[in-house]
Design a protein around this ligand. Structure first.
Ligand code: CAO
Length: 453
């Protein structure tokens, strides 16, 4: 009898709780963040209709123009409707999921605000811990931290001057210009991203290179498909780049000493869990050169009226990933050792290969190097990523006959570099002087030691 009573009371209680907690249906929308992003692809749902979710639970994984992002719930409640199936294209400004919330009218009122077209600003307030008076939410603080932005320098456009995520992204875009547009989502679940890759596991987990020769495709009919995700972003960025008058300069660099140095250091670096390619040296030498030619680490505003000399050397590297061309950047190279750059590069490669590069890694670049030579090719004609003003493309390192300083024929490791500079703000002489300096550092890598901090 006691068990029966217990059962009845629990059933009643559950029934009562359910009817009491019957809350309003909240439509969780993708906000319009500008930059022309109109859609994303839903890669995977982590919930189904009827599932109970709490705030910050993962709801789905989507592919924005620039990265794979996990969307998390902003409400406690029950999933009532998924507006898209996996692989569908979700539209910005349209509902993604309906959540029946546990709470009452207070939240419903907030949802009214969310319904307005200029919603993104208010949406961010949902990330806040209620009653906790802060200038910015933890997610926004984290974003600022990851991008080395002092919150005190950012003007908040939220309620009572609160700093919103879009304020940080706008600040970044103005400072350095995002290579690709920022992600339209409020909250990514950082914990799901392999943020800190343990050095010891890096060499083993580094991505295998993409197949040199894809499978042949024999088709009996034409195939037309919409440009999506990263390809769409590439189309936009490269179309904008067409406005820039490119000045091109090519040179050759004798990497024989660097090749010897790298083979000396490689084992040591790998013992410390980091694969050491040539790229960290190329990146560091570029940063040392940029200290002398800050105009190459600058950005031009959209109206071409102002040039901003960037303090940070956030050096982007074009990365060939299974999703296409991505350009993550190594932040503050001017403060990093070659080893630290290599470690960061390893991390970016691991993330890039698994489609996990996030907003902070993909935005804020100030100068770019494109190592096409790891695939092949000698010369290139690199295209500047606006609002950056210069880019270098590196060809394949080849062993070729050259004369040494004594006039003896020697086997030399030769790299060809192709630079492009925005000729509106950079003259050919500046580009050439920078290239000479970069070459000198790499031809005499010991000279880099003198200038390393
Ligand atoms: N010439 C010859 N060998 C090269 C080389 C070059 N220019 N660059 C790299 N290598 C070698 C590396 O030293 C490494 O050899 P070891 O195993 O003996 O060390 C091997 O090639 C593989 O290097 P990696 O590609 O893993 O690493 P990386 O640091 O040199 O380059 C990255 C990293 C991300 C730049 C590269 O993987 C990549 O994606 N390159 C393509 C860039 C691209 O697509 N550019 C075009 C953009 S415009 O569409």
């Amino acid at each position: 009898a006691i068990r029966y009573l217990y059962y009845v009371s629990r059933t009643l209680l559950r029934h009562l709780t359910r009817s009491v907690s019957h809350g309003p249906i909240m439509q969780f929308k993708l906000s319009d963040i500008g930059e022309g992003i109109m859609e994303v692809v839903v890669k995977e749902w982590y919930v189904k209709e009827g599932d109970k979710v709490s705030q910050f639970d993962s709801i789905c994984e989507v592919q924005s123009d620039k990265a794979s992002v996990t969307i998390t719930s902003r409400y406690d409640g029950v999933i009532r409707r998924l507006h898209y199936a996996a692989d569908d294209t979700a539209l910005v400004g349209k509902p993604l999921v309906d959540i029946e919330t546990d709470t009452g009218p207070e939240v419903a009122q907030e949802e009214d605000v969310v319904e307005t077209p200029a919603m993104s600003r208010e949406e961010h307030t949902h990330q806040e811990i209620k009653g906790h008076k802060t200038q910015a939410t933890p997610a926004v603080r984290r974003l600022a931290l990851e991008n080395n932005i002092k919150l005190s320098e950012v003007v908040g456009t939220g309620k009572d001057g609160r700093i919103l995520k879009e304020d940080i992204l706008n600040f970044l875009a103005k400072q350095t210009g995002a290579i690709l547009p920022p992600s339209p989502f409020h909250e990514t679940r950082e914990s799901q991203r392999p943020k800190e890759v343990q050095p010891a596991s890096l060499p083993a987990s580094l991505p295998a290179s993409l197949p040199a020769r894809p499978q042949p495709v024999l088709s009996s009919q034409d195939v037309t498909e919409p440009l999506k995700g990263f390809h769409r972003a590439m189309m936009k960025t490269m179309t904008a780049a067409l406005k820039i008058p490119h000045f091109g300069l090519c040179d050759e660099v004798d990497l024989s000493r660097l090749a010897a140095l790298r083979s000396d250091l490689r084992g040591i670096s790998e013992a410390r869990g980091v694969k050491l390619s040539y790229m960290p040296f190329f990146i560091k030498a570029a940063s040392l050169g940029l200290l002398h030619f800050p105009v190459l680490n600058a950005s031009l505003d959209e109206a071409s009226q102002n040039i901003t000399y960037k303090a940070a050397h956030n050096i982007g590297l074009a990365m060939d990933t299974s999703q296409g061309l991505l350009v993550p950047n190594v932040k503050n190279v001017q403060l990093l050792s070659v080893f630290e750059i290599a470690r960061e590069l390893n991390r970016l490669q691991v993330l890039g290969s698994s489609g996990q590069l996030g907003t902070s890694d993909l935005t804020g670049g100030t100068f770019t190097l494109s190592n096409i030579g790891s695939i092949g090719g000698t010369y290139a004609k690199p295209v500047i990523l606006p609002p950056e003003v210069a880019i270098g493309a590196l060809g394949k390192i080849q062993i070729l006959p050259r004369f040494d300083s004594n006039g003896e024929l020697v086997k030399a490791h030769i790299l060809n570099v192709s630079w492009s500079a925005d000729h509106r703000v950079i003259d050919g002489a500046t580009m050439c002087r920078f290239s000479n300096l970069w070459r000198q550092y790499l031809e005499n890598p010991a000279s880099m030691v003198l200038d390393l901090k």
